[in-house]
Design a protein around this ligand. Structure first.
Ligand code: ADP
Ligand code: MG
Length: 311
């Protein structure tokens, strides 16, 4: 096991950005920027595992399914999640290959065990996914497929799915062995494909979304990384984000992070899970957690960019 180890999480929104159409070329170009940073970090002597989000990508896959549904059967959400891991994993392998790494790289299609009794799976689902629908379409989907739909102001209706916490990675042992052998492992994309135990060793894929920030923290503990680096499309975590009195943070203690979370500074669908995952990682024995932009990963790991949360 090398002395320095880091888990790097790439934000789905940084890989496919809001203003972009979402072509393979655009995503590859964004991943090349990340790959340059990852190569620099590996060259500095770090063992590296990479994970990534998939929100915008799985959104596109779901829309493709929706448009083609009269010709080809739509795939369930767990299968779409696996598709997105394959797509992003492949593009990242390509980008890392071009970045001149001298270690082997492998993408591991990863399933994430979630608790079948998790209240998030049975209570009211919270995570909006996929395309917008009209009120009439939404009622039809609720009837025909049993989907839960919510009205989103200004967007129409969207499907919502549960967002359970990750318990363990089914491929954890395979990932840990590759990592220990010096392989740059790409794993648990999109938080991993959520599965529940059925008894008798059977696992069943569920239509849910695990937040990749929580899975990244789990992955970091699994491989024994001292550093967790959460990369997204903003330079810093901020207080009063988006307001005139926005204040970018360079550092937070765990206690400050908890206080700001409780005060609602970091929303549930975006910055909240990152800060919570960072705090959870430090509580579980991690050394440093840093939230930064995709382009400043190497500087962020040195404490020269982004927002560091420390014990
Ligand atoms: P990712 O795909 O990287 O997980 P998210 O959209 O989930 O991206 O989270 C990053 C987003 O969080 C930023 O683009 C920013 O708009 C938003 N955000 C919300 N609150 C804050 C905050 N307090 N400080 C910084 N960014 C914030
Ligand atoms: Mg996110």
């Amino acid at each position: 096991m090398p002395e320095k180890a880091v888990v790097i999480a790439l934000g789905g929104n940084a890989i496919l950005q809001h203003r972009e159409a979402g072509t393979a070329e655009e995503q590859l170009a964004n991943l090349r920027r990340a790959a340059i940073e990852i190569a620099a970090i590996a060259a500095a002597g770090y063992a590296v595992a990479v994970t990534h989000g998939n929100g915008p990508q799985v959104g596109d896959i779901l829309l493709r399914n929706e448009i083609a549904k009269d010709i080809l059967p739509p795939m369930p959400l767990d299968v779409c999640g696996a598709e997105s891991q394959g797509m992003i994993g492949y593009l990242l392998q390509q980008a890392l290959g071009e970045a001149g790494l001298d270690m082997p790289v492998a993408a591991v299609l990863t399933r994430t065990l979630v608790d079948g009794g998790d209240p998030a799976l049975f209570g009211s689902p919270t995570k909006p996914i996929g395309p917008n629908y009209t009120a009439m379409q939404a009622r039809g989907l609720e009837r025909e497929k049993g989907w839960r739909m919510v009205q989103v102001p200004g967007q129409g209706y969207r499907r919502v799915v549960p967002s359970p916490r990750p318990l363990a990675l089914v491929e954890g042992e395979a990932i840990a062995r590759l990592f220990a052998a010096g392989v740059i492992v790409i794993a648990a994309g999109g938080g991993g494909v959520p599965v529940v135990g059925e008894g008798g060793g059977t696992l069943r894929g569920v239509e849910a979304v695990v937040d990749k920030d929580y899975t990244a923290a789990l992955l970091a503990r699994l491989v024994g990384a001292g550093d967790l680096l959460l990369l997204t499309d903003v330079e810093h975590v901020a207080l009063n984000y988006g307001r005139a009195d926005q204040q970018d943070l360079r550092e937070m203690t765990i206690a400050e992070a908890r206080r700001h979370l409780a005060a609602g500074q970091f929303p549930a669908g975006s910055m909240g899970p990152k800060v919570e995952a960072a705090v959870g990682f430090l509580d579980a024995g991690g050394e440093r957690a840093t939230i930064a932009s995709l382009d400043s990963a190497a500087d962020a790991l040195r404490g020269r960019a982004g927002t560091r949360i420390r014990r």
